[in-house]
Design a protein around this ligand. Structure first.
Ligand code: ADP
Ligand code: MG
Length: 287
């Protein structure tokens, strides 16, 4: 079970790491997309993965889930090397765009029931425990009364909640959510925040990609900011006053630079913005 690695490297401890990337690099379409990413998420942590569009947030999440191979370095889940990991029922993933309603006339209940698949033997019928887990997940996201509705008839925010319920139904220990608030109205963001707050109380580990935190801000214990495929900041989330500071923009000296959270690298762009760094155009990246 535990990932004893060859050649005397320390054995990862599942008690202290739920998710880990070590020196992880990823190349897609011949381009380096993640560059030597180091990230350890401890059990029970609530981490926001932030950064501009194209900085590599979704790629990192997919790499941590073993969906993209690493060109170098290592990725582990619960201490196991990703290639050896097979406890997928411990992992929940809510992908970036809502895909639940993409023309498939599935009901809310059916989509959420799919979240129990990793718990079932092939072709077995749903057990009482499965049904209870589905009901509870629908309850938690506030869609119990919509269970018979066709997913494509729901609003974007409700569809997002269906996907969250699907992941919840599997009772995962670690949850990856990629931009669950993008395009979601404020009331639905608040429902999501309440849902994630309950998960956190139960001890779940949460890795959430977000451009802006909004109602989720009070839940976030740690912000990891990506920039150009690297971790540019890893530390306490920056406050609202900093996020909305008029200084935040072109060339300012950010007072977080140099704090322990700042991840300095000789080859790194010296400008490290706030977690809601504005999108960077490709020509600016090469400065
Ligand atoms: P983010 O989620 O932070 O917006 P992504 O991880 O989606 O960023 O993308 C990071 C970079 O990797 C972007 O430049 C994007 O164009 C590129 N990229 C993402 N997926 C692929 C892919 N499958 N093939 C080639 N390049 C990709
Ligand atoms: Mg993304």
């Amino acid at each position: 079970m535990s990932g004893a690695t060859a050649s005397g490297t320390p054995v990862p401890d599942p008690a202290t790491e739920a998710v880990a990337a070590q020196n992880a690099s990823v190349v897609l379409g011949g381009r380096p997309i993640l560059r030597r990413v180091d990230l350890v998420v401890r059990p029970g942590e609530f981490v926001a993965l932030m950064g501009a569009n194209g900085s590599g947030k979704s790629t990192l999440v997919r790499t941590l889930l073993g969906l993209y191979p690493t060109a170098g370095g290592e990725v582990r889940l619960f201490g196991d090397r990703i290639d050896d990991f097979d406890d997928w029922h411990r992992v929940g993933f809510v992908p970036q765009r809502a895909t639940a309603g993409s023309g498939i006339p599935a009901s809310v209940w059916e989509v959420v029931a799919a979240g129990r698949l990793t718990h079932r033997r092939p072709f077995s019928r749903l057990s009482r425990a499965d049904r209870a887990a589905i009901d509870e997940a629908l309850e938690v996201v506030g869609l119990a009364d919509r269970r018979r509705d066709t997913v494509s008839h729901l609003s974007g925010g409700q569809q997002q909640r269906v996907l969250i319920a699907r992941a919840l139904a599997g009772h995962p220990e670690v949850f990856f959510l990629d931009e669950p608030t993008a395009g979601v109205d404020l009331p639905n963001q608040e429902v999501l925040a309440a849902t994630l707050g309950r998960l956190k109380e139960r001890g779940a580990t949460i890795v959430l990609v977000a451009h802006e935190l909004g109602p989720l801000a009070p839940l976030v214990e740690r912000a990891v900011v990506m920039r150009d495929g690297r971790v540019a900041y890893d530390g306490p989330p920056l406050g609202d006053h900093e996020v909305h500071s008029p200084l935040f923009g072109e060339s300012h000296t950010h007072h977080h630079t140099g704090t322990p959270g700042y991840v300095g690298r000789a080859d790194h762009v010296p400008h490290v913005g706030s977690p809601v760094d504005r999108p960077t155009r490709p020509e600016e990246e090469s400065r």
